[in-house]
Design a protein around this ligand. Sequence first.
Ligand code: ADP
Length: 228
Amino acid sequence: MNDFLIESEGLKYTYRNGAAYVAVLDGVSFSLCRGEAVAIVGPSGSGKSTLLNVLNGLLAAQAGELRVLGRSALTLSQDDWAQLRRKHIATLFQDGNLIPTLTVERNIAFRAGLAGLAENDGAALMERLDIADTAERYPDQLSGGQRQRAALACAFAMQPKLILADEPTGSLDYATAQRVTPLFFDAIRERKVGALIVTHNPELAERCDRKLELREGALCPWDSALSS
Ligand code: ADP
C-alpha cells in the first residue's frame, strides 16, 4: 500500500427526499497521507458531516472515485466498511459516541477489543488526557469536556490508521482545549495516524499540515486571511 490513506476524485453526493434533491458534494477531490493532519473548514450546512460520512462508508457517493486505505470504495461491501470502522477508521463525532452502559474504562477496552487488540493502553491514555479519575464513571456522569476526552481515548485505543473528527475540541472549555489539542496532535504524529479534522477552532486548524475549505460542494485551499 502507498502512503495515501484517502484518495478522492470528483466525489458527488446528493440527498434525495421524495422529489427534492439537495446536491451537497459536487466534485470533492483531495488526498490524505499517513501521518498527515488536514483541517476542513466551511460554514454550517456546507457538507462537512456528509463528507465524513462518505469517507467512513456510512453514505455512498453517487459519482467520483474514492480509495480508502488503499481500497477502492467500489469494491467495499457494507461488511468491509464495518470492518474498516472497527479496526482502522476512528470517527470522532461531537457527541462523543460512547456506549452509555459502559464505564469509561470499559468503553476504552471495548473499542480496543473491537479492533482485535488483546491489550489496550487505556490507563496511559486516560492519564495523558487527564481523565484517570473518571475510569469507573458512566458517560452520563461526565462533563462535556470529559466525555470528549474519553471519546478521544477510545479512538486512540483502537490504534486506528485514520481518524475522521468532527470538532474534536468542540465541547471543551478554552483551557482544556489548550491542553488537549497538543495531546491530540502528539498522538497523531507519534502513531503516524492520518487525521481529517472538521473544525471551527483556528488553533486546531493552524496545527494541521493543510487547511481546506468546503465551498460550493468542492474542497479548495483555505486562506484564513481571506475569510476573516
Ligand atoms: P455541515 O456538516 O457542513 O453543517 P451537512 O453535511 O450536515 O453540513 O449538511 C449539508 C447539507 O445537506 C445541508 O443543507 C443539510 O440541510 C443537508 N442535509 C443533511 N442531511 C440531509 C438529509 N438526510 N436529507 C436532506 N438533506 C440533508
